[in-house]
Design a protein. Structure first.
Ligand code: SF4
Length: 293
């Protein structure tokens, strides 16, 4: 996996602009989904709670980026965190997404089921924060599993409590962002707290799920040696569940979105990590016995 591909889970929308990525993408945006009509605010809230509808930012079909094989990645709207390095601030507000019926999403999975099975792929829910709409995501996963389709949840784990053990049972693989190992740094990076991520990783491990860890490397923010050691030690508590760690070097593909949305961008002048820094952090994780990309 090259560096640009590895970073993709948090830079999805920007990478669509690159020629290489365009050649991997079969379609995208929100094509193919009819929006529910005639639902008032109360109906929508009720349908959101039951998972009859979900608010979706966009979706696409891609290969070997958000999990194994050819995948349908669905970017859900809404996120409770405010990461300084967020590449998709346009997904933060759930109401900015488009409401999509559960049946329409399941039908879409069904349409590609043979392709997924042939390539070892499946469906990935990303965001935003996919666990902000647990009923919708878990119901789609349940239907996907019934079709024999591989399921992958891309999450920060911050909303650990939103997801029941039964919901976890329908996840095959989790792309878990461990954004920092030090609680204070985590708060500085995201505005949230670290413990729910640790709890979610441990619950996944206890239920026999596979985890790919994602760690975004930002000089002066997350690259501190002690912080990296703490991330590694957290990952050790997930045991054999961890298949590898993706070290994702920060870059500026998300900057135009912050400008467009007129949100003050804290990493305006951040240049991203040097090769020396990337090598040191990868070696640190390797020294704990992890496979690192
Ligand atoms: S978890 Fe952080 S990086 Fe991901 S969408 Fe939310 S704010 Fe952005």
């Amino acid at each position: 996996m090259d560096e640009r591909t590895a970073f993709r889970s948090t830079t999805q929308h920007m990478l669509k602009e690159s020629k290489t990525y365009a050649s991997q993408t079969l379609m995208g945006g929100l094509s193919g989904f009819e929006s529910p009509i005639g639902l008032d605010r109360r109906d929508r809230i009720r349908a959101l709670r039951t998972g009859d509808i979900g608010f979706v930012h966009s979706w696409d079909i891609n290969t070997s980026v958000d999990g194994p094989g050819t995948r349908m990645t669905v970017f859900m709207s809404g996120c409770p965190l405010r990461c300084q390095y967020c590449q998709n601030p346009d997904t933060w507000k759930m109401r900015d997404g488009k409401p999509v019926y559960l049946e329409a999403m399941v039908k879409k999975v069904e349409r590609y089921a043979d392709l997924f099975k042939a390539t070892g792929g499946g469906i990935t829910f990303s965001g935003g924060e996919s666990m902000m709409q647990p009923a919708f995501v878990s119901r789609v996963f349940h239907e996907a599993k019934a079709m024999g389709v591989h399921t992958c949840l891309d999450t920060s784990g911050f909303l650990n409590r939103n997801y029941t053990d039964e919901m976890i049972d329908d996840i095959d693989l989790c792309l878990l962002d461990v954004k920092s190992g030090d609680p204070d740094t985590y708060e500085r990076v995201t505005g949230g707290i670290l413990q729910p991520t640790i709890d979610f990783g441990q619950r996944l491990a206890a239920r026999g799920k596979k985890i790919w860890i994602r760690f975004v490397l930002v000089p002066g923010l997350t690259d501190d040696e002690e912080n990296v050691d703490k991330v590694a030690r957290i990952c050790l508590t997930f045991g054999d569940a961890v298949e590898h760690i993706d070290v994702l070097p920060f870059h500026q593909l998300g900057r135009p979105k912050w400008h467009e949305l007129r949100i003050p961008y804290p990493l305006e002048d951040q240049k991203g990590p040097s090769k020396v820094c990337k090598d040191r952090v990868r070696e640190q994780f390797e020294s704990y016995g992890f496979r690192v990309y």
